[in-house]
Design a protein around this ligand. Structure first.
Ligand code: NIG
Ligand code: FE
Length: 412
């Protein structure tokens, strides 16, 4: 099956070869071809070029993209898409003056979601999640990482991971699963955090590895949640079972999680709203991708990741949504890219690089996603008629997506 798209106003994020990650000033360049064509063969990008050099091709279908642009789909490398119900009441509580921390201390927050999830049947959890997945696909997301972490018991964590497995089987979007048992301390372990980490390391991780239900492990390394030592234990256990780490660090406090992540070859360290000089130094020259989650900063009214400082120090940066019921009930990567420009002073080029090439690195899928490169998955965004790619973040809140392609197939 061959599809030819012609007269593309601008084909964006064109890379001759797979690049693993972009850092520092490299992020300022966003290569593109104006007035371009693109050939899709089965599920992959087969070829592309300028309309001046369009060869004669036998194809099954043709799309005229006059005035419209093509980008690689967004890669959302950090979500908690599987959850039960919502936490709208906590949203109102915060409007009325409570903080995220005060709500968690009152028994709200993550344990509130865990209670709801434990009482929800697997099929219902699946259906609730499907709605969100369909929504983010229409918003241009073509690859997504999904975490567990609202189960907090072996049984409920397995339930979440089975839901993710079923999504992988049923949907053409690329999905990676992350085990986040160390998300919050279950009530039963209130005075015995170490015993819960023992359970994660000795029981949960081996079981999940045996059933091949997760690609990565995660922990919420934060005051009042899990210590750096706890996080290291989780990362080491993950490594032992072939699951690298992607960790939650520096959301509210800088307690040394970034250095620990780098030392344990974490694929990514995510959140980073609070960064100090040692954190930036630890990331320099490392293989660990820093990931910013600006829609979480927006929703919780907390600081934004200091992107300018990080990129100017030569670091790479990726962007993700953090879609979850508590701190970011939104999976809109278009909004994330806008916020990165508006609130983090990233240029449109830097933000688009962060949401594609660098995001693919943070998900471990650089070989197949994140750029317009021959042989990569034809997971694409076709825009409506827009004047330039910078118009996407500029006109925040508008939807400029006309169609999306997953594995070469148009969705609409
Ligand atoms: O990434 N910070 C930890 N976990 C989630 C929020 C969890 C929740 O509030 O339900 C996050 O923001
Ligand atoms: Fe998160």
């Amino acid at each position: 099956m061959k599809t030819l798209i012609t007269n593309i106003k601008e084909l964006v994020q064109v890379r001759e070869h797979t690049i693993s990650k972009l850092q520092g000033i490299e992020m300022k360049e966003l290569p593109s071809i104006k007035n371009a064509w693109l050939l899709i063969e089965n599920e992959c990008i087969a070829d592309f070029g300028s309309m001046d050099s369009l060869p004669t091709l036998e194809v099954d279908s043709k799309i005229d993209a006059t005035g419209k642009m093509i980008l690689p789909s967004w890669v959302d490398s950090h979500t908690h898409l599987v959850y039960a119900g919502n936490r709208e009441q906590e949203f109102v509580d915060r409007i009325n003056g409570l903080t995220y921390e005060e709500i968690a201390n009152k028994g709200g927050g993550i344990v509130n979601s865990a209670q709801k999830l434990q009482q929800t049947e697997e099929d219902s959890l699946y259906e609730q999640t499907v709605k969100r997945l369909k929504e983010v696909i229409q918003l241009g997301t073509g690859a997504i990482e999904i975490k567990s972490g609202y189960g907090l018991t072996l049984e409920a964590e397995l339930k979440m991971l089975r839901v993710i497995k079923r999504l992988k089987e049923e949907f053409p979007i690329t999905i990676k699963a992350t085990f986040l048992g160390a998300h919050a301390l279950p009530k039963e372990y209130k005075d015995n955090r170490e015993a819960y980490i023992d359970e994660i390391v000795n029981v949960m991780i081996p079981k999940i590895a045996e059933e091949q239900l997760a690609d990565y492990v995660d922990a919420f390394c934060e005051k009042g949640y899990f210590t750096v030592e706890d996080t290291i234990r989780v990362m080491e256990a993950g490594k032992k079972y072939g699951m690298p780490a992607k960790i939650h660090v520096n959301q509210f406090n800088a307690i040394g999680g970034i250095k620990a992540g780098v030392e344990n070859s974490a694929l990514s360290v995510d959140h980073l709203e609070v960064m100090n000089t040692e954190d930036i130094e630890a990331l320099k020259g490392s293989e660990t991708m820093p990931v910013a989650l600006p829609s979480c900063s927006l929703f919780l009214s907390i600081p934004y990741t200091p992107a300018r400082e990080m990129i100017d120090a030569g670091l790479p940066l990726a962007l993700a949504t953090d879609y979850n019921p508590g701190s970011t009930p939104s999976g809109n990567m278009n909004l994330v890219v806008s916020l990165a420009c508006i609130k983090m002073r990233m240029t449109p080029e830097e933000a688009i690089n962060a949401a594609t090439v660098n995001a693919a690195y943070a998900m471990g899928i650089s070989e197949t996603h994140g750029s317009i490169t021959k042989g990569k998955k034809a997971n694409l965004i076709l825009t409506k008629e827009i004047p330039s790619y910078g118009f996407l973040p500029y006109s925040f809140g508008s939807n400029h997506i006309e169609n999306v392609f997953l594995e070469g197939q148009p969705l609409n």
